[in-house]
Design a protein around this ligand. Structure first.
Ligand code: FAD
Ligand code: NAD
Length: 479
């Protein structure tokens, strides 16, 4: 007889493991099927994010930033470190330790919440049956009242640069270079290209980024994106926009890349090449032919606002479905579907999902860009204040960048907040809270912000929307 669960989750990434824990908290008999084997050869929870995504990339971003500071910034503070030494092995091992600590933590949480971790591959069949193929042993059929699909995403491949994880790598390979490539090519100036490009540039690589589109970071407010481009260029990232890669030829220890841009055809040889041109939903083997779940035109699993698929009792979340491919979006959808199953009133506010690029300075945003609001034709106002006017930022030697608010002129409501600067990932949360609470910009203007703090620039940018900022020269509003 097949085993029966209240909830079976397929995929143990940030969407899936959170859905499983929340379902178990709500009293449901829950299993989470995860097939991942980590680089140590052991079964692992945590998905892309914890194993090969958010966490290891941030560990390397932090380590490489410390190296960069020791190399370039400590002397400004009167600190001499002598001859700097890079022990890449230790840096990579530190990253691996953090990953193991976090993924092991999820396994502990599963135990504590009595979630069954089924190690192997799951496939949705008709009538909410799930075929489970364990890592070892025979396939079993499981039954569930509810199934949550949370299989995540995988990198997009391009035929002009086939990944071999040695010379041409995707983001996973780019977390594992055994030595710092002298010349590093990156295809795609998106989030991964900029973050991992920055890591290796700080450690000494000469980095060239080839981006097909003419606009840098088109989804980001363009005032912020333009300043970010300047900062990254200053840091040594050689970013080519409108560059189409037409071919690549590997040698034993390098790859010759050909590309075209407005200036014609070019050829460049790199020691390593990172392909970071986006990710696609990972649906291979996930659905049997009679599963009944519909895909949309881009192969995402079609869901409604509460992540219900077309099959009653079957849900899909995270990178498998529409919306930004972000861990925090997957997490909140995981919570939401468990609560939907329990009949609770619940939602994800898709209008207030922040985005962050963990470069230095960081880029972070929430809500609408100025371009989007302008396009809508509604009257709006903006306030922009640079960190150069902030004492805390100057004290830290982190004065590049700015905070920008986009505000509805008629209602005074905050529509968007955009940050390029130190701790932008933390500061943007003030914009998230403002959007969530439907704050007017006056609410932010009337709040008291601790001094000296980076948040004072948030306050000043709010004041600047009405020409009331104190620490920047603004033209006075006529009475
Ligand atoms: P995933 O994390 O992809 O997890 C899905 C899991 O399902 C996988 O472990 C997979 O093995 C398993 N699975 C798939 N099919 C089956 C099956 N049939 N049976 C059993 N198991 C299956 N996002 C952020 O918000 N912040 C960041 O800083 C950030 N940094 C990133 C850095 C990199 C280098 C990358 C690649 C991504 C980053 N992301 C970041 C994106 C983030 O990792 C994803 O948005 C997030 O992991 C999606 O979560 P998920 O649960 O939908 O899927
Ligand atoms: P992305 O969508 O951010 O960027 C891909 C870039 O590649 C785009 O600018 C695109 O125009 C460009 N591109 C596409 N095809 C190309 C080609 N043939 N030649 C040159 N350029 C090309 O995707 P990504 O950087 O691969 O990251 C994937 C996803 O992972 C992101 O969408 C994001 O949701 C998630 N992620 C998030 C974070 C974070 O939150 N900090 C970090 C890493 C990854």
């Amino acid at each position: 007889m097949s085993e029966k669960y209240d909830v079976i989750v397929i995929g143990g990434g940030p969407g899936g493991y959170v859905a499983a824990i929340r379902a178990a908290q709500l009293g449901y008999k829950t299993a989470c099927i995860e097939k991942r084997i980590n680089k140590q050869g052991d079964p692992a929870l945590g998905g892309t994010c914890l194993n090969v995504g958010c966490i290891p990339s941030k560990a390397l971003l932090d380590s490489s930033w410390k190296y960069h500071e020791a190399e370039e910034a400590f002397s400004d503070h009167g600190i001499g470190v002598g001859k700097l030494n890079l022990d890449l092995d230790t840096m990579l091992q530190r990253k691996d330790k953090i990953v193991l600590q976090l993924t092991g933590g999820i396994a502990q949480l599963f135990k504590a919440n009595k979630v069954d971790w089924l190690q192997g591959t799951g496939q949705l069949k008709a009538n909410k049956q799930v075929a489970f193929k364990p890592l070892e042993g025979d396939e079993q059929t499981l039954e569930a009242e509810n199934v949550v699909l949370a299989a995540g995403s995988v990198p997009i491949d391009i035929p002009v640069a086939e990944v071999d994880q040695q010379i041409i790598v995707d983001s996973t390979g780019a977390l594992e270079f055994a030595s710092v490539p002298k010349k590093l090519g990156v295809i795609g100036a998106g989030v991964i290209g900029l973050e991992l490009g920055s890591v290796w540039a700080r450690l000494g690589s000469q980095v060239t980024v080839l981006e097909a589109v003419d606009t840098f970071l088109p989804a980001v407010d363009q005032q912020i994106a333009k300043e970010a481009m300047k900062q990254f260029t200053k840091q040594g990232l050689d970013i080519h926009l409108g560059a189409r890669v037409t071919g690549s030829k590997k040698n034993k220890n390098s790859v010759r890349v050909t590309y075209t841009d407005g200036d014609g055809e070019h050829e460049e040889t790199f020691d390593r090449l990172i392909v970071a041109v986006g990710r696609r939903p990972y649906t291979e083997g996930l659905l049997s032919q009679d599963a009944g779940v519909t895909l949309d035109e881009r192969n995402f699993i079609y869901v409604d606002n509460q992540c219900r698929t077309d099959v009653p009792g079957v849900y899909a979340i995270g990178d498998l479905v529409r919306g930004p491919a972000l861990a925090h979006k997957a997490i909140e959808e995981g919570v939401m579907v468990a609560e939907v199953i329990a009949g609770e009133h619940t939602q994800v506010n898709y209008d207030a999902v922040p985005g962050v690029i963990y470069t230095h300075p960081e880029v972070a945003w929430v809500g609408k860009t100025e371009e989007e609001v302008k396009e809508s034709g509604e009257p709006y106002k903006t306030g922009v204040v640079p960190f150069a006017a902030n004492g805390r930022a100057l004290a830290a030697g982190e004065s590049a960048g700015m905070v920008k608010f986009v505000v509805d002129e008629k209602s005074d409501r905050v529509l968007g907040m955009h940050v390029l600067g130190p701790q932008a990932s933390e500061l943007v949360q003030q914009g998230v809270i403002s959007l969530e609470f439907g704050a007017s910009i006056e609410d932010l203007q009337l709040m008291v912000f601790g001094h000296p703090s980076l948040s004072e620039t948030v306050h000043e940018a709010a004041l600047a929307t009405d020409y009331k900022a104190i620490h920047v020269a603004q033209r006075r509003r006529k009475k």
